[in-house]
Structures are given as structure tokens and as C-alpha cells.
Design a protein around this ligand. Structure first.
Ligand code: PLP
Length: 424
């Protein structure tokens, strides 16, 4: 067959964009060549509905081994008792948890989207807000931090069936132990969504939700540096009887409910090529090289936040404990949308983001979210962070000046030249 140059030219164009630019989107990263190879492998040809050893299709002997390896490596990485590697995305992992733990109409407590939560934590435009009844906690207006006393107060008042801890735009440690005490106090399930900081948690650089939460989900493509996808894990609660009664009168186990929440509850055939790529990424994450990488991600984020504050940028909560930060641009007379567009012209990629108590719409926003996982993979260190802030400052202060934007773009191209896209 003729080569499809139309699409492969575009793929090449995107590869060049990634190579040339400064990638500061907190949720993005660059996978290794081995992860890419597995994701582009013949495993994409295989149907394998079900789970290893219990499939609805023949010929699954090899993919069973692949999936079991992915499960074992993930359990080792997080010290988990249970793991499901089939969710196609973080959102689908979360959907499976809702299926397993609640009935439509049940009330749950999530982190407000405009304060840093995710769409799947109760947004009215998402299944979580449409099929269930969300109530929210947020951050304190002065400190930008989660106020656990307030979470407890809301939980006691609202009596949710499930509480979600975790965020898309929160730069601070999360106290999972305190969350569990709050959940236990009202008989709620505690569900942690660690989609963003998973890589740092895996290497012990942030507090660990596994000992405290009933269920933990994550994406695999952010700080974990794997293919796009989702996972579900459990610690000590994996064997808890829970939910519906079986025919013999016993309750199902949490783990069984989660498995069926993924398949057949919410997905059909698993993407075994992506599961293989997840296994490769988990193998990489188990190495010391990955530890050095995550330590550098954190160091870079600290240096970047400090450099922003030195230039009078308002970093929400006054810094970061993880890989990201949220910047309120209201003192800079530019919206998040304008900043995202102007920075894009200079080959600096960020995303506009609501800040807590934002007075602008999600399409405009007052802030930008910035993270260091991708630039750290490209080999940038603390010293580079102050240069990045100088470049961003120039763009923000001259966002309508095309000549200035072109000058910054030139500097970005120089900065990124000779830096490999793929991690070792
Ligand atoms: N949960 C959180 C906290 C996230 O930040 C994200 C993605 O940004 C997701 C879930 C959803 O992941 P996906 O985009 O793979 O559906």
C-alpha cells in the first residue's frame, strides 16, 4: 500500500514542534523509545476482553503474560495489593471507581474544578456531575491551601458516600491520613486520584496515599512518563467485602467490583499494546535513574516557582511541593488565554487555567498552570529555570509585540537545540 504521507508528514511536523519547543504543560511528558515501540507494536491487533486467565477470546496466552507483568510491576512500584492496568485513560479509571463504589444519584465530595480539581470530580458537564450528586470543598482564599477542618465540616454536614482527594492543579502535599480520618468519621469511601504526582509518589518524594485510601487511580502519562492511559490500585482495603450481595449471600470484594467497573462496566477490549507500553514505563520507573529524574523534577519546580516570585508573579500558595505551580496573572494585566497564545507564538507551551476564586470564565481564565516533568526529561536543570522565567516575563510584558515574541522564540530554539526528545 502507498505510504500515507498526508498523516505521516503531520506526525513529523508534530515531532519537530515537540523537539523545538519549551514544553511546560504540567500534565505532559516525553516517553522513552521503548515505550513508543511497545505502544506501536502488533499487540494492537489482539482482542482480549476479560482479565488474564479469564478471557472471552482465544489466543490470549501472550497478552496474558504481558498484562500480568504490567500488574506485577505496578504493584511493586506503589507497594499496592491490587492493580488494574486496563483503563484507557484517567477519566475511565475514575468512571470505573464511580461504577464500583456508588449508585447513580449518590452524593460524593470532590475538589472544586475551579480550585484545582478535575472534570471527573463532579463537574456538571461530566458524567460525574450529571449522574451523581457532587458537593465540593476548595482551597482557603488567603493561603491557597486545602482547609481540612472545612473538608471535615462539609463531610459531616453532607454525609457523602465517597470523598475524592487529588487534583489537576494543586501544587501542595495532600494529607491522605487526615482525609481517611474524615472519611471514616462519616463512613465514606476515600478515593485518591494521583494522576498528576504519581511518579513522585512512586519514588517516595510525596506522601503516599496507598496505606490510607480505599482506592487510588492515576494516569500513566504525566509524571509517571508512560503511554496515555489509566490505572487503578488498592492497598490494605483490596479484600474488603463491599457493595452488592452475591447469590451465596456474601458481599463482593472491593477488587472484584473495581475489575467489573472497568470491564464490562465501562470498557470493552483492553488496549494490550498500551498495557505493554505501561509495563515498560513501570519497569523504567522502578529504576534509580527514574528516582534521579523525579528528584530533578521537584528541584526544577521549586527553582521555577522561586524565580517567578522573584519577578513579582503571584504563585498560588507561595510555592510548590510537587512538579507544578499555578500562577495568578491578575497583577500582570494579561489573561490566561492571552498568555497561552502569546507564549505559544514563542514556542513556549503552557495551558491557561482557572485560579481559585477566579472572576473569569474557563475559556479566558486569570491564570496559567506550569510544570517541570517534560523539560526535566529534556535535561533542563535549576539554572535553566530562571532563564525560562525571564523569557516568560518578556512575553507576558510584551504580549502584543510580535518582534519581541519572535526574539524569544529564537532563544527557545537555541535553548532546546541538541537536547534529545526521548529519555534514556
Ligand atoms: N484526574 C486528574 C487529576 C487529571 O489531572 C486528569 C487529566 O488531566 C485525569 C484524571 C484524566 O485523565 P485523562 O485525560 O487520561 O482522561
Amino acid at each position: 500500500m502507498q505510504r500515507d504521507t498526508e498523516i505521516f508528514d503531520l506526525i513529523n511536523e508534530e515531532k519537530n514542534r515537540q523537539i523545538n519547543g519549551l514544553e511546560l504543560i504540567a500534565s505532559e511528558n516525553f516517553v522513552s523509545e521503548q515505550v513508543l515501540e511497545a505502544a506501536g507494536s502488533v499487540l494492537t491487533n489482539k482482542y482480549a476482553e476479560g482479565y488474564p486467565g479469564k478471557r472471552y477470546y482465544g489466543g490470549c496466552e501472550v497478552v496474558d503474560k504481558v498484562e500480568n507483568l504490567a500488574i506485577d510491576r505496578l504493584k511493586e512500584l506503589f507497594n499496592a495489593e491490587y492493580a488494574n492496568v486496563q483503563p484507557h485513560s484517567g477519566s475511565q479509571a475514575n468512571t470505573a471507581v464511580f461504577h464500583a463504589c456508588m449508585k447513580p444519584g449518590d452524593k460524593f465530595l470532590g475538589f472544586d474544578l475551579s480550585h484545582g480539581g478535575h472534570l471527573t470530580h463532579g463537574s456538571p458537564v461530566n458524567f460525574s456531575g450529571r449522574l451523581y450528586e457532587p458537593v465540593f470543598y476548595g482551597v482557603n482564599k488567603e493561603t491557597g491551601l486545602i482547609d481540612y477542618d472545612e473538608v471535615e465540616e462539609i463531610a459531616k454536614r453532607e454525609k457523602p458516600k465517597m470523598i475524592i482527594a487529588g487534583a489537576s492543579a494543586y501544587s501542595r502535599e495532600i494529607d491522605y491520613k487526615r482525609f481517611r480520618e474524615i472519611a471514616d468519621g462519616v463512613g465514606a469511601i476515600l478515593f485518591a486520584d494521583i494522576a498528576h504526582p504519581a511518579g513522585l509518589i512512586a519514588k517516595g518524594l510525596l506522601s503516599d496515599p496507598i496505606p490510607h485510601c480505599h482506592v487510588v487511580t492515576s494516569t500513566t502519562h504525566k509524571t509517571l512518563r508512560g503511554p496515555r492511559g489509566g490505572i487503578i490500585m488498592m492497598g490494605k482495603d483490596f479484600d474488603n467485602p463491599f457493595g452488592e450481595k452475591l447469590k451465596n449471600g456474601n458481599l463482593k470484594k472491593m477488587s472484584a467490583l473495581l475489575d467489573s467497573g472497568v470491564f464490562p462496566g465501562n470498557q470493552g477490549g483492553p488496549l494490550e499494546h498500551i498495557i505493554a507500553a505501561k509495563a515498560v514505563a513501570f519497569g523504567e520507573a522502578l529504576t534509580d535513574e527514574f528516582l534521579y529524574y523525579t528528584v530533578q523534577v521537584k528541584k526544577n519546580a521549586k527553582a521555577l516557582a522561586q524565580a517567578f516570585m522573584n519577578k513579582d508573579f503571584n504563585v498560588i500558595s507561595g510555592g510548590t511541593d510537587n512538579h507544578m505551580m499555578l500562577i495568578d496573572l491578575r497583577n500582570k494585566n494579561i489573561t490566561g488565554k492571552q498568555a497561552e497564545e502569546a507564549l505559544g507564538k514563542a514556542e513556549i507551551t503552557v495551558n491557561k487555567n482557572m485560579v481559585p476564586f477566579d472572576d473569569k470564565s474557563p475559556f479566558v481564565t486569570s491564570g496559567i498552570r506550569i510544570g517541570t516533568p517534560a523539560v526535566t526529561t529534556r535535561g533542563l536543570k535549576e539554572d535553566d529555570m530562571s532563564r525560562i522565567v525571564e523569557l516568560i516575563d518578556t512575553v507576558v510584558s510584551n504580549f502584543e509585540d510580535e518582534t519581541k515574541l519572535a526574539e524569544v522564540k529564537e532563544e527557545v530554539l537555541n535553548m532546546m537545540q541538541g537536547r534529545p526528545l526521548f529519555s534514556a
